[in-house]
Design a binder for this molecule. Structure first.
Ligand SMILES: NC(=O)c1ccc[n+]([C@@H]2O[C@H](COP(=O)([O-])OP(=O)(O)OC[C@H]3O[C@@H](n4cnc5c(N)ncnc54)[C@H](OP(=O)(O)O)[C@@H]3O)[C@@H](O)[C@H]2O)c1
Length: 362
């Protein structure tokens, strides 16, 4: 099913009024949290050069989304089988860039259904479809992986550290990375930590991490539990979008083989995150219920410390990452927020220069 096409079709391809054909950026899994943020930003920032399209599976575009992003094309695709992908190329032509956000992204659900986790999270259908396109330069594939590829038994993982996942979600992400590296020649793999930020252009139904903490603290009923000993480097969603935009801008010559840790600048425990939310939002710090073990079983083993060294990300893309306190204030659009002093983070030692070779796959 294709919606939202506003430009005339010529021989099955988009035809602009002057006869030039725009290139296509496709976001697979574009109906999810990150995907919706991406299609909104890409439609605004890249629309003169690219047509933006996305895929969904169970969440078709709402009338509100059509109204807000009228020129974005949507297609129903099942990533397990690839059904629906050919309609994209026959309608819009070959994509120049694919950002793969499609995933079974909830670790507990992956644990319950490992077969589905592997079938959806390994982008076999997307890669086979891209390889079937007759293009001199293979389209750039930006593939979302996870910090949960790491075992979580040390701090500040580097890209070249061993991957040793402790749950099915992490295993499916390692398998997805290996699949891309072995079968494709123009890719960027992004090992993302928790992505936080505001709701996208149309709200997603799932619980978002910051909004959940805020709700727990604002009700003040002490319901939530915050681990003092599980560490992550949460990244602001706008920074993730910026990373994708910068990678697209770099893609021109093909042959990219890049693996990047995608995390924010702060290594934080779950209770650190709640403390900072309380400070920025003006809640009492006593409301943060700090625990070392959750009383509730999450149904999945979670790696303890997947904090990442993001020096390579910063050096390769020249990006400035948003600190967590600022990200909270921006999320809630809270101009009166009092930002806490900069959080102490361990000094990173690795140095990369800005010309770090993007063909180095680690
Ligand atoms: N959000 C985070 O904190 C975070 C952290 C680390 C890594 N990541 C990774 O970043 C990527 C994007 O995350 P997200 O939070 O945006 O995920 P999300 O909200 O769960 O969205 C997942 C997307 O995948 C699609 N999808 C699921 N099963 C599918 C299938 N069988 N066929 C086709 N599409 C299917 C969904 O489509 P429908 O909804 O239409 O069914 C949706 O568009 C994922 O790879 C995730 O693992 C996210």
């Amino acid at each position: 099913m294709e919606n939202g096409t506003k430009v005339g079709l010529q021989n099955g391809k988009i035809a602009l009024p002057n006869g030039t054909k725009k290139e296509v950026i496709l976001v697979t899994g574009g109906s999810g949290y990150l995907g919706l943020h991406l299609i909104e930003a890409l439609a605004k920032g890249f629309s003169s050069q690219y047509d933006v399209a996305y895929t969904y599976q169970s969440h078709p575009p709402s009338p509100e989304l059509h109204q807000k992003l009228p020129n974005v094309h949507s297609f129903q695709v099942d990533l397990r089988t690839g059904r629906g992908l050919d309609i994209i190329s026959s309608t819009l032509g070959h994509p120049r860039v694919v950002v793969n956000c499609g995933a079974l992204s909830v670790p507990r659900m992956c644990e319950q259904d490992p077969e589905a986790a592997m079938a959806i999270n390994i982008p076999r259908s997307v890669v086979e479809w891209l390889l079937s396109q007759d293009m001199s330069i293979p389209p750039l594939l930006i593939h979302l992986s996870s910090d949960q590829v790491y075992e979580g038994d040390k701090s500040f993982y580097k890209e070249e550290d061993e991957t040793k996942p402790v749950n099915v979600y992490g295993k499916s992400k390692v398998a997805s990375e290996n699949y891309v590296k072995s079968n494709y020649s123009n890719y960027a793999i992004l090992r993302s930590s928790i992505i936080y930020g505001p709701q996208p252009v149309v709200p997603v139904p799932k619980s978002l991490p910051l909004q959940w903490i805020d709700r727990v603290l604002s009700t003040g009923d002490g319901e939530g539990e915050f681990l003092v000993n599980e560490f992550r480097c949460p990244i602001f969603v706008t920074d993730v979008v910026r990373v994708v935009e910068l990678l697209i801008a770099k893609h021109a010559d093909g042959g990219m083989k890049l693996v990047l840790n995608l995390g924010g600048p702060d290594r934080l425990s779950r209770s650190d995150m709640a403390d900072i939310v309380a400070q920025v939002r003006g809640y009492k710090m006593e409301l943060v219920n700090r625990v070392s073990t959750l009383s509730m079983d999450r149904g999945v083993v979670s790696p303890v410390d997947t904090s990442m060294d993001v020096t390579k990300l910063v050096a390769v893309l020249g990006i400035t990452l948003t600190d967590f306190a600022t990200g909270i204030a921006l999320t809630f659009n809270d101009k009166t927020s009092v930002l806490p002093k900069k959080i102490e983070t361990t000094q990173l030692t690795t140095t990369y220069n800005n010309n770090t070779n993007i063909t180095n796959s680690n």
